[in-house]
Write a protein that binds this ligand. Structure first.
Ligand code: TRP
Length: 440
């Protein structure tokens, strides 16, 4: 139901590349925190599976498919509520590659030359005496543009990322700014959100837990595997009875990421009292398992029904496209990819001096709610609103459409009956005609 909610709640967007299996580091560093944040009032959150990005790194179709399933199931098992957030798969949104192209055309090649990931590859090749671009795909080079499209498509205000991704967000800002400069204010400029309170977790070998170091513990490893892997965490060789350092202990840091303050203090004391490594590992295992076990059960149930996950993602994509479709209509219009018929109609219309102009009709339905529709000059239905709580709310929406023309279609997407691209384009043209008239 459409109500008079504020026109632009804070939008937060998170993308996860589908190129691996979620591990405890992902959970502590991102998933746990994001799921909690996603229920904050006044925030609209978007989570998506960046499977187009996965193709840049992974050439194994089975791995991409498996990873997509595992990541989707993991986020759902950890409590992400697809009713509250918009949870979708990047490749289900055809507007994203289309926007990628629009942004490609306003992005300096030099800007992309300076991207850290690309530069690192070039530096490595140069050091080896190879061609600078050896084994660099155009996909890797374009990575920041695809990511910019992900972010700008939904006009996200904030993008929570690790420090290594800050440059990508700045590039997205650049692209948005440049596009706005050329074609008018269409994009919100995003900001990176860095949360230093979020822990980075050490891996089995004490370095940061990361797939590229091969030192990860899968988030939903079966209990026995979790136990075995925890037993493999590096420690020093002090025997039981001898005090242990918490400083620099991977085991202690991992424990701390799961435990509350009292539990952490207790383990600190046990270290000082000379707890044996075997016992300390048992404590760590039990603490992690206590938090993970209920989610692991949900995860396994979800994985056993992939068709349901598919349904969830498709429903999420439909929700996302209620925004991306009308927005893309507006962007196509902005850059000049326009319906020539509509333009012809415009000049004919102008000649007729306002005869057959589109009109808004406002009315109340039996359900007690207030609605409006837009009819074309011939009386045919162009646009149908959903119900509003008050006539003022409906009036405000009409005002926005009258002032901003097609631009307002994206803003009001959740308050209108869904539109297909072609309809939206015709409406945008009609509204733009009205808006032009009202400027005179
Ligand atoms: N580049 C991100 C990563 O590797 C994944 C990603 C793709 C993303 N598109 C995004 C993150 C948009 C945030 C916003 O982690």
């Amino acid at each position: 139901m459409a109500t008079s909610k504020s026109p632009s709640p804070l939008r937060v967007l998170t993308g996860i590349t589908t190129s691996g299996t979620p591990h405890l580091g992902n959970y502590v560093g991102s998933i746990r925190h994001s799921v909690r944040q996603s229920v904050a009032p006044g925030v609209e959150t978007f989570f998506f599976l960046a499977d187009y990005h996965a193709l840049i790194k992974v050439n194994d179709p089975a791995l991409v498919q498996r990873s997509t399933l595992e990541i989707a199931a993991s986020w759902l098992a950890c409590g992400l509520d697809p009713e509250r957030v918009t949870f979708y798969r990047q490749s289900d949104i055809p507007e994203i590659p289309e926007l990628t192209w629009f942004l490609t055309c306003v992005t300096g090649k030099g800007l992309l030359n300076r991207a850290h990931a690309y530069k690192a590859s070039v530096d490595k090749n140069t050091a080896k005496g190879d061609d600078p671009d050896a084994d660099v795909s155009a996909g890797l080079f374009m990575y920041p543009v695809l990511m910019g499209a992900d972010i700008l498509m939904f006009n996200a205000h904030q993008v929570p990322v690790g420090r290594d991704q800050i440059q990508h967000i700045e590039m997205a800002r650049d692209m948005g700014q440049h596009f706005n400069h050329l074609y008018g204010e269409h994009f919100t400029l995003p900001q990176a959100l860095i949360d230093d309170a979020v822990a980075t977790l050490p891996g089995l070998d004490g370095r940061k837990m990361s797939k590229s170091y091969g030192n990860t513990i899968p988030l939903f490893a079966p209990r026995a595997q979790l136990h075995k892997q925890i037993a493999g965490i590096v420690t020093d060789s002090r025997p039981p009875g001898e005090p242990k350092d918490t400083e620099g202990s991977a085991l202690f840091q991992i424990y701390q990421a799961f435990a509350d303050e009292a539990e952490t203090a207790a383990l600190r004391k046990a270290f000082a009292d000379g707890i044996g490594w075997g016992d300390a590992k048992q404590l760590l295992f039990e603490r992690i398992d206590r938090e993970i076990a209920p989610m692991r059960e949900r995860y396994e149930a979800l994985l056993s029904d992939p068709a349901r996950i598919e349904q969830t993602l498709l429903a999420g994509a439909a929700k996302a496209r209620r925004l991306s479709q009308p927005f893309m209509v507006r962007l196509r219009h902005a850059v000049g990819l326009r319906n020539l018929g509509a333009q012809a109609a415009r000049s004919v219309d102008k000649a007729a001096k306002g005869a057959g102009k589109p009109v808004f009709k406002q009315y109340r339905e039996r359900d007690g709610q207030f609605y409006f529709k837009l009819l074309d000059g011939g009386g045919a239905l162009l646009l149908q609103s959903l119900g509003f709580a008050s006539p003022q709310d409906a009036g405000r929406a009409i005002g926005l459409l009258q002032q901003q023309g097609g631009t307002a279609l994206g803003t009001l997407a959740t308050q209108l009956e869904p539109l297909d691209a072609e309809r939206a384009q015709a409406i945008a043209a009609a509204l733009d005609r009205l808006a032009e008239d009202s400027e005179k």
